[in-house]
Design a protein around this ligand. Sequence first.
Ligand code: NDP
Ligand SMILES: O=C1O[C@H](COP(=O)(O)O)[C@@H](O)[C@H](O)[C@H]1O
Length: 486
Amino acid sequence: MQPLPTFDLVLFGGTGDLAMRKLLPALYRRKASGYLSAKSRVLGVARSELSRDEYLAQVQASCQTYLGKDYDEKRWAEFAQHVDYVKVDASAPEDFAGLKKKLEGCDEHGRAFFLSVAPDLFAPICEGLATHSLATPNSRVVLEKPLGHDQASSAQINERVGRIFSEQQIFRIDHYLGKETVQNLLALRFGNTLFEPLWRRGRVKHVQITVAEELGVERRAGFYDETGALRDMVQNHLLQLLCIIAMEPPATSDPDAMRDEKLKVLRALRPLRGRDVLHKTVRGQYKAGAAGGKPVVGYLDEKDVPNDSKTETFVALRVDIDSWRWVGVPFYLRTGKRLQEKLSEIVVTFEDVPLSIYERPDTPQALNRLVIQLQPDESIELTVLAKFPGEVMRLRPVNLSLDFSETFKAPRLDAYERLLTDVLKGNLTLFMRRDELEAAWQWIDPIRQAWDQSDEAPKTYTAGSWGPAAASALLGRDGFAWRNEL
Ligand SMILES: NC(=O)C1=CN([C@@H]2O[C@H](COP(=O)(O)OP(=O)(O)OC[C@H]3O[C@@H](n4cnc5c(N)ncnc54)[C@H](OP(=O)(O)O)[C@@H]3O)[C@@H](O)[C@H]2O)C=CC1
Ligand SMILES: O=C1O[C@H](COP(=O)(O)O)[C@@H](O)[C@H](O)[C@H]1O
């Protein structure tokens, strides 16, 4: 094991929810695994007036909460030595002088600026860094999602950030790409010959991608109500999963080889516009119900949500890909908050045998099906038909299962741990390129516009259910059902 090169990681938004829940615990873990070199530093940055000790107290409390049994006092003390805090108001250019002072004399360190702040601060921060000569040639910048709120705002941010950092220095993060099972999906598709001949129209009947959350909007209602599920989840995580399922095999493992193939998928998505949007999409909003066995309020009663909000907390849609490989194969995407359980999975259902000569159930459960589960468990399950023991030939579906945590006992990297490591190593494979991101927005924008122009409100669904009934009807019309409804 080689420690990472010495770096200064400047964490804008260092007091925020993402930094406290995910990024700082991920860095603690990197330290605990021996990856942080002695002189590397993590500088939390925000507007709050905090001393280093006050900041450390906040970080320690988060590490205790979010690392659970992985938290250890001795390891914390070792990690804490790397952590410091600087007060900077990113919208006040003169404030960057304090940061400059902290970074002075460490020009030989690699530098990564992680922007865990609202996207309207991305360009001002990069410009502040440039004005104070902090954006050195060996610096990298990490941009959190969603990058903008539509194609135009995203292009504008990319343009301004691109004047300061080259594309090779920009890491646009989508933490779903850092998840272990997403990596395994790449291994399954491009490390085996088995599925490739079947991975196409004529063989695949339909594909479902579900990212369901049991949580509601939590403390992020201000952000969420402006954003909604389409921009928060579909524009990035779900489209990225779809790209990985649908892309052609890249010729090499080079970052651009993979990003080129994902871009081709995004450009082949059949546009959804006008009436088509109303026919092929469903948006929902949760009302009061239950989560984790306890009663919970509806979205409109959440703190900081306007009581006439039309923001969607659920989206389901049918997507068509106009390529030789996929034309005619529907991809159904679904995501929502306050659903029955936390579940992220991809389900590939294959065509039936052309002629059935044995007795077998005539139900969708009896089709060959590949289920790639990302959360809560990491597993791959293949349904095949086998003979039920006995005199007669009676076939029944059985599952061949691969549970990754059972199979490989090795410790697993959390998504942010992997992606932060890749930033520090300079590996762009799991990060989105500008053209990919803009192609995704280009496909998303007309959906948003059609919803905004429609008088229809989002359909309500009870917290703790699987979303509005219309989401079942979306597949039902095509003769299919979501896996949890089979
Ligand atoms: N939270 C999550 O689960 C996820 C978040 N994201 C994205 O990550 C980013 C951060 O999200 P999140 O942590 O939830 O947001 P929060 O609102 O919790 O945190 C925002 C952070 O930015 C700081 N900040 C705000 N304004 C300024 C400013 N002018 N100058 C310097 N610092 C400032 C705040 O500190 P202070 O007020 O002290 O300045 C705080 O540290 C967003 O782009 C979000 O979309 C993406 C995926 C998941
Ligand atoms: O990016 C986001 O993702 C989380 C869900 O991530 P997961 O890794 O827990 O599945 C979601 O809650 C949040 O709203 C969104 O911004």
